[in-house]
Design a protein around this ligand. Sequence first.
Ligand SMILES: CC(C)(COP(=O)(O)OP(=O)(O)OC[C@H]1O[C@@H](n2cnc3c(N)ncnc32)[C@H](O)[C@@H]1OP(=O)(O)O)[C@@H](O)C(=O)NCCC(=O)NCCS
Length: 151
Amino acid sequence: MRPAIRPAVASDLPAVVALDETCFGPEAWSTVAWSDEFERTAEDRVVLVADEGSVVGYAVLLVSPVAEDVVEVLRIAVAPAERRTGIGGQLLTVALDRCAGRTVMLEVAAGNESALGLYAGFGFVEISRRRGYYAGGEDAVIMRWQENNER
Ligand SMILES: CC(C)(COP(=O)(O)OP(=O)(O)OC[C@H]1O[C@@H](n2cnc3c(N)ncnc32)[C@H](O)[C@@H]1OP(=O)(O)O)[C@@H](O)C(=O)NCCC(=O)NCCS
């Protein structure tokens, strides 16, 4: 079954917090931080979930109301058991469909092969690096997508 991709609602919060903990461990966002993200959907956040009866993935974007501002992908993750089945791609497709005419940026650890593969497949291109940005000294790769890029 393909999950439905839909905007998160308040009742998704516990499931998203739990899945974030599973996916990011010590780097997971706290319940308070996630509550803030959900509340900011009234302003500048887009929180999407992949719903298969339960939440199996999510994405968070910062979409400034100023049309000239870049959009930022802040988070995207899929439940480990569901990876490599297209859900990350489904989330990103819906996210980018909301970004007509916008430039989209994100930051990803240089060793995160799965995320780099996902983003490259959507036409994100590396524009710069922050050397030794992450704890442990890993580089951050800054990537950019524009609507006319190949998907
Ligand atoms: C990155 C992530 C969201 C990808 O989600 P996913 O549902 O597995 O991605 P998809 O199945 O849609 O894969 C789409 C494409 O991405 C690339 N990709 C995904 N996983 C990959 C891997 N492990 N190695 C190489 N390429 C990979 C492939 O090109 C893939 O297409 P293909 O399966 O036709 O070859 C998932 O691996 C994840 O949750 N990772 C942990 C959280 C994370 O690091 N998030 C990003 C930083 S915020």
